[in-house]
Design a protein around this ligand. Structure first.
Ligand SMILES: Cc1cc2nc3c(=O)[nH]c(=O)nc-3n(C[C@H](O)[C@H](O)[C@H](O)COP(=O)(O)OP(=O)(O)OC[C@H]3O[C@@H](n4cnc5c(N)ncnc54)[C@H](O)[C@@H]3O)c2cc1C
Ligand code: SF4
Length: 328
């Protein structure tokens, strides 16, 4: 691992000050270190300076004035998974948290680190493959091994799937993110935080500036909604999902007034499926609707050479998430 300086601030103010840009110095924030340290050991990421956020940023959940919740980004995933108010108001967030990795990962990993973890594409994770995402001039996945890559939003130049399980319910519930930098605070809707790759921004997966940190996730009052969340994975533990769905429905009796369908592990961002949402509105909450919605969602799928199997899995995840709601 390349040698680096280590800063250990004890307040948000000091952490933000420590992120101030310096000519020729790469500064990165570190939370649980589960993703970042692994990348550093593999020489994928080589910062000059690490700013430890664990003792500096808020790691608690407090009630927001509108009846929602404000989650500190330094909160451990395990604590989020076990938080009674989170489970009551935002069951898909609790469900996603419980299913992440292993107990060890959940005890060390944080909300902020989970949302900002980098892609798992094996070419990206291997020092020898200098692809678009590392400043190179090609994507090795297009003609190579792409079985875990995107089936939506596949315009390139990168074809990653976003790795965060928490990001998907955050988008589905309409969360906003509070970001802090030496220039001050800004609030960004979760749905606008994550970015599809383009030639201009392929090195990043979100709008976070180099000197910014995510301090809080703010979930609005959920209102009278019902939620389903279903993940499909090879292994029940120790791995990321192959495809998953968070569905948030507003119901009038047994009729769906409106809904949000957000898909994970199938696109470079949490993927809000507008065709699925259009297919939900005004329909009865039953299995036939669940099947139609799942079909509508995958109509816009564009699989790569090795991942067409994900289309069926995505349909299954959507259908089962909707049926969780139908079955109470
Ligand atoms: C075997 C295995 C299985 C896994 N399964 C899953 C899974 O199913 N679902 C899932 O979502 N994840 C999964 N993970 C990933 C794991 O959840 C993440 O690595 C972990 O959540 C990262 O959190 P951290 O606090 O350790 O982040 P760190 O490693 O400290 O940071 C991750 C990145 O985010 C940046 N960062 C950290 N905090 C902030 C902040 N507050 N503001 C701005 N940037 C920040 C860092 O600079 C770094 O680039 C798995 C990991 C492993 C090893
Ligand atoms: S999918 Fe993205 S990260 Fe993977 S090889 Fe292609 S450009 Fe690199």
């Amino acid at each position: 691992m390349k040698a680096f300086a280590y800063v250990n601030p004890t307040s948000e103010r000091d952490a933000v000050a420590a992120m101030t840009k310096r000519e020729g110095v790469t500064i990165l924030p570190m939370a649980g270190g589960q993703d970042l340290l692994a990348r550093m050991k593999d020489y994928i990421t080589t910062p000059d300076r690490l700013v430890n956020l664990k003792g500096a940023l808020d790691g608690s959940v407090v009630a927001a004035p509108d009846g929602g919740l404000k989650i500190g980004s330094a909160m451990k995933i395990a604590d989020l998974a076990e938080h009674a108010q989170v489970a009551k108001l935002y069951p898909a967030v609790a469900r996603a948290a419980i299913e992440i990795g292993t107990p060890q990962l959940r005890n060390q990993g944080t909300v902020g680190g989970n949302v900002n973890q980098r892609p798992r594409c094996w070419y990206f994770r291997n020092e020898e493959f200098v692809c678009f995402k590392k400043g190179g001039s090609r994507c090795f996945a297009t003609t190579g091994e792409n079985q875990y890559h995107a089936i939506f939003g596949n315009n390139g130049p990168s074809h990653i799937v976003h790795p965060s399980s928490l990001a998907v319910p955050f988008v589905a519930y309409g969360a906003t993110f509070r970001l802090m930098s030496p220039r001050g605070e800004r609030i960004v809707p979760a749905a606008e935080y994550f970015t599809l790759p383009t030639n201009r921004n392929v090195l990043k997966e979100n709008v976070l500036e180099d000197d910014e940190v995510l301090t809080h996730v703010i979930l609005p009052a959920p209102g009278n909604v019902k939620t389903g969340h279903y993940e499909v994975r090879y292994k029940q533990s120790h791995d990321w999902p192959l495809a998953f769905a968070t569905v948030v429905l507003t119901l009038n009796g047994n009729t769906i007034s409106s809904g949000r369908v957000v898909l994970g592990a199938v696109a470079p961002t949490p993927w809000r499926s507008r065709p699925a949402e259009a297919a939900l509105a005004g329909k009865p909450l039953n299995e036939s609707t669940a099947v139609q919605v799942a079909e509508a969602a995958v109509a816009e799928a564009r699989p790569m050479s090795g991942n067409a199997y994900k289309v069926q899995i995505t349909k299954t995840a959507i259908k089962r998430a909707i049926m969780q709601i139908a079955n109470g």
